[in-house]
Structures are given as structure tokens and as C-alpha cells.
Design a protein around this ligand. Sequence first.
Ligand SMILES: [Zn+2]
Ligand SMILES: [Zn+2]
Length: 389
Amino acid sequence: MDKRDYYDILGLQRGVAEGEIKRAYRKLAVQFHPDKNPGDQTAEEKFKEATEAYEILKDPQKRAAYDQYGHAAFSQGGGGGGFGGFDISDALRAFMRDFGGGGGGFGDIFDEMLGGGGGGRSRRGGPRKGHDLRITLPLTIEDIAAGVSKKLKIQRLVRCERCDGSGAEPGYTPEKCPTCHGAGEVRRVSRSFFGQFVSVSACPTCNGDGQIVIHKCSECRGEGVVSGVTTISVKIPAGVSAGNYIPVSGAGHIGSHGGPAGDAIVMIEEKPHDIFTRQGDDLICEIPISFSQAALGDQIAVPTLNGDHQLKIPPGAQSGKVFRLKNKGIPHLRGLGKGDQLVRLVVWTPTKLSAEEKVLFKKLSTMSGTQPPKADKSFFDKLRETLGV
Ligand SMILES: [Zn+2]
Ligand SMILES: [Zn+2]
């Protein structure tokens, strides 16, 4: 397939001004950018083609060679420094290098391309997504069991309103960096036996931004961002546990150079409960009962998450016996149903006895029915059976 004429690709006449080339390319690149045309091969080809044309025509030397020899100027052996193997990542980098700072919103793609270990080029200061913000949210067991919506006040970096994020005092605009002339990067050319090498690194004056702020905004001191307090609402589903987190998209710190905000990551913590401890989706509680209740049996009110539950204690209940109250626990986060509540009886021993009580206990202690059996293996086997453990 014959290569199309570079001027035709950009829809330009020969001899146009340099600025026209940039303008025409930008329009096409934005139209066919892969970010806007996901999965569209034709658009990707057009994006690559336009970028290749731009890369040649924007460079006065290459443009002169092309004007004179056409594509032959860049084919193998044609001299002029080869331009083969132009792939989509080269095209994306070229576009971001020259247009990334204008709030084009393609910063994420650029990050991805470079994040994949891409080459020796350093990034310039295009739009960048802001940092995520971590917030811990302590919840009561009641909140966790019911699910809850919370409003959270968070402190985060927001765009400075005084300068609208530019960092420049109102009335002034950021100026083109004198070191890199707005390119955001500096090139060093070195010659060796194998030819000419160009190394590119971020401009040290502007840190790759391409522009510098001389008259700094008095509010943000040129940073373009200030600390602000925002209220966000988070919906927490029933059944979450400590360590679960809920991302709130776009509620993190604002990005630099018009980049999107990061996310707020709400980390769930569990507050200790006076009565219940959690084991998975089961709740465990201990209920003290008296000697007499244990011996004679009784009906007692056991607290649950939904009010009291009347529990029947059979006569002769041992301390440590566990009752399972079905579906009185925490709802399962995934799937239907709930955990159970486990109630463990603890026979409470009185610590202060009146004279009369002492007499009664002494009298009881002489009766054979009140004595525990010998503590041997069969005793513990039997005990375990009664406790239900
Ligand atoms: Zn400001
Ligand atoms: Zn610079």
C-alpha cells in the first residue's frame, strides 16, 4: 500500500505555516484518539497516520527533506534519519508530548503507556489523576447489621478558586518556560560511531509542565490547589467487616493540571460492642445467671440486635452451656440469610453473703445432690455433651 501524502493526511496545502500544521494535527488527533474510539482499528490507523505526518512536517529539517524527496526521504537507505516502526505507543507519546498539557484529559492513557516500562522518555506535566484518599470509618455492630448511609467530612486538596487552578495570580497567566520553550522536556544530542542519539528528559526549570508561574496566586502560592473540607455520603451494605472498603469515585484529591480527582477509599472498622463479639457473621454473648436459676431452670430475657429474646433455661443447666439463636446474627454480605447468635451461660458466684445466706449455703452444701461428680474423663465427656460444644 502506498503511503498517503503527509499534507493530504492533515488536509493542508504545501507551504502552510508551521502553526497551521499543529492546529490541523491537533484537530485530527483529538477526533481519532484511541481514548475516544475504543476498539476502533480505523480510528487508530488514522491517529497513527496523522501523528506520523505531524512528526515529519513540524520539524523544519524533516519537512524540507520530505518536500524535496517525498516519502523516499525517510525510507531505508534514503538518509535523513529513518522513521520506521512508528507504532501506536509512539503516536500517543508524541501527541501527549505536544498537547498533553492542555487539559485534553488523556493523562491516564499516557500514564499507562509509560507505566508499562515504556522507553527512556520522561513524561511531561500533562493532566494527572489526583491521589486517592483513605478514610477509616468505625461502625457499630448495629450499623453493620442494618446497613447504613453515612455522611463523612473529609479534608482533601481541591482546585484553588482564586486562580481556578492555574497557580497564577488573577490578571496574570502562567508563562511559557524559557528553558524548554513550553515543550516540558529538554533534548540532548550526542554523536557516536553509530550515529546521532537524542536523549530527552523532563525540563528542570518547569518540572515538565512547559510553563512557569511568575506571579503566584496569593491563596495557593502557585500550587493551584488548596486544602478544603467536603462532605461525602457513603452507603454501607449490611454485613461488611473490618478490612472491607468502599471506593467513592472522584472524592479524592484533585488531579494536577486539570486531571480528574482520585477516589476516596472508605475503610471499614468495627467498634467494640458492650455485649456482643463478632465471629464471622455470628454474634457471641455471655449471660450471667444465678446458682438457683441454673439449678431450677428459668426463663430469661437475652438481648439481641432486634430487642430481647426470651430464652428458656432448663433445670440443671451447666455454666458454659451455649444456646444457638438462629438468624439473630449479622446478615451475610454476599447471598441471603444471616448468622446466628450464640448465648453462653455463665453461672455467677456471689461474692458477698449475708449471715442468713451463709447459713443456707452451708445447709445446701451438706446435701449430696449439690455436690459435683468426680472430675474424671466420663465427667468431662458428659459435661461437653450438656454444654453442646
Ligand atoms: Zn490559587
Ligand atoms: Zn521548561
